[in-house]
Design a protein around this ligand. Structure first.
Ligand code: FAD
Length: 422
């Protein structure tokens, strides 16, 4: 058993991402003992992974040590371990470091990559669902340009210079745009020997439009912005196979590439122990309007791994940070109500809008009643993301980096950092 002092009623939070962090903060004066279990010792800001992957930001600018965040919280305990199983009868969690008892359990372990069963995609493509994966992508990308210089054969060089992004959602679009900016402003200076016209960026999307979560008008705008940056957008094109050298699509395209960036799908991160009927589509845990997992009374789930239907969202909420954050704030209040023997209040999601950036001076902001695009949208996007970052030091780091990149048209973080021995 993992050593945690016994005492007040204990809330165990699995995962300290957007949802877990907000919940833990909100419970500070609730009277509960709070135990946070996360497999990582830091919180990560996923919306800016693509900037780490394209050498725009250092990983430390978007990652925050959990112990620092909770230094001054009383009766809070952090355990760095992976939760593998739940014993709902014994109210116990199994982790890689031992077991933990809970009175209330909140599952907020997010989602993992889904490769839709496409052959070899999991082992050969580069996803971007953690800081480590973003860093791995940065290493591969930069190493590819180095290797492109070393080969003499045109075809081999083509493999290194064709960059393929799969998935036309916000992440796929952002990473494609960042690669295009990199090609435009940086690669010519760093690799003058490479013919920049030979660097191709493809964005492959299976449906007939980009940005499925946004309006048709924004999708058309986004496509236009990407094409302006010379990203080759392939719609209605589903990936069938990738063998490490060629990617093949349903419409018969075969592109030679050594780098496929996978942003196409996610599925709920499953922890064994709940009944099968507690799961819905995409491995998401079915919860009611109080975030209580169906079939249980003291187990809750929220954020990316939860599926709650409310009248306006019959297929569940979008898997985005504001949903996790709002559900977490709401659940904190409901948990406090339970110890006061008050009734819980049902959750309603307030959609304040969506935004995505494509590149320098190019972004899309879609508010409930109107949309705007371009430079002003880009500044709004930067401001909102900056304000969402945990920690003043990190905000400054990011602001300085962005300012520097903006005025110099350059990023200065193009290091290939590999594990010891490489
Ligand atoms: C590249 C990328 C870009 C994105 N951009 C945006 C954006 O611009 N705007 C937006 O709103 N949303 C964006 N999202 C989505 C957003 O990040 C998620 O919706 C949000 O993180 C969900 O929060 P969460 O708390 O449910 O899960 P997460 O934030 O994913 O947190 C899950 C936590 O659980 C931990 N964990 C997982 N499994 C276990 C386990 N078994 N044991 C212990 N700990 C575990 C993880 O280490 C992590 O800390 C993006 C996502 C990605 C991947």
């Amino acid at each position: 058993m993992i050593n945690v002092p016994t005492g007040k009623k204990r809330v165990v939070i699995v995962g300290c991402g957007f949802g877990g962090l907000k919940l833990a903060r909100k419970l500070r004066y609730s009277g509960f003992q709070v135990v946070i279990v996360d497999k990582r010792n830091y919180h990560q800001f996923q919306p800016l992974f693509y900037q780490v992957a394209t050498a725009g930001l250092e990983p430390s600018a978007i990652s925050f040590p959990l112990r620092k965040i909770f230094q001054h919280y009383k009766d809070y305990f952090i355990r760095i371990a992976e939760v593998t199983n739940i014993d709902t009868d014994k109210q116990q969690l199994w982790t890689t470091k031992g077991t933990i008892q809970y009175d209330y359990l909140v599952l907020t372990q997010g989602a993992v990559n889904s490769f839709f069963g496409i052959k070899n995609m999991e082992s050969l493509s580069k996803p971007m669902k953690s800081v480590s994966e973003a860093l791995d992508l940065r290493n591969t990308l930069l190493q590819n340009f180095e290797d492109a210089l070393a080969v003499t054969n045109e075809e081999d060089q083509e493999g290194f210079l064709n960059l393929v992004v799969v998935g036309g959602g916000a992440t796929g679009m952002e990473v494609s745009g960042a690669l295009a900016d990199m090609r435009k402003y940086v690669l010519g200076k760093d690799y003058p020997e490479l013919n920049q016209d030979k660097i191709h960026i493809y964005l492959i999307e299976g449906t007939n439009r980009l940005l499925p979560a946004l309006s048709e008008k924004s999708a058309v705008k986004a496509k236009g912005f990407l094409e302006k940056l010379r990203v080759e957008v392939l719609l209605n094109s589903q990936v069938r196979n990738y063998d490490g050298k060629f990617i093949e699509t349903s419409d018969g395209k075969k592109i030679r590439t050594n780098l496929v960036i996978w942003t196409a799908g996610i599925t709920g991160a499953r922890i064994e122990g709940l009944r099968d009927k507690s799961y819905g589509k995409g491995n998401r845990i079915l919860v009611d309007r109080f975030n209580i997992v169906k079939g249980y009374s003291n187990i809750f789930a929220l954020g990316d791994n939860a599926m709650m239907d409310e009248p306006r969202f019959p297929n569940g909420h979008p898997q985005v940070a504001p949903v996790a954050i709002q559900q977490a704030s709401h659940l904190a209040k409901n948990l406090e109500r339970t110890i006061k023997d008050e009734e819980m209040i049902p959750f309603s999601y307030k959609d304040k809008g969506t935004m995505a950036t494509i590149g320098r001076n190019l972004a899309i902001v879609e508010l409930p009643n109107f949309q705007f695009y371009g430079t002003f949208a880009w500044f709004v996007w930067m401001f909102v993301h900056l304000m969402s970052i945990v920690g003043i030091r990190n905000r400054f780091l990011i602001l300085i980096n962005w300012f520097w990149n903006y005025v110099t048209y350059d990023t200065s973080l193009r290091l290939i950092l590999k594990p010891k021995g490489c």
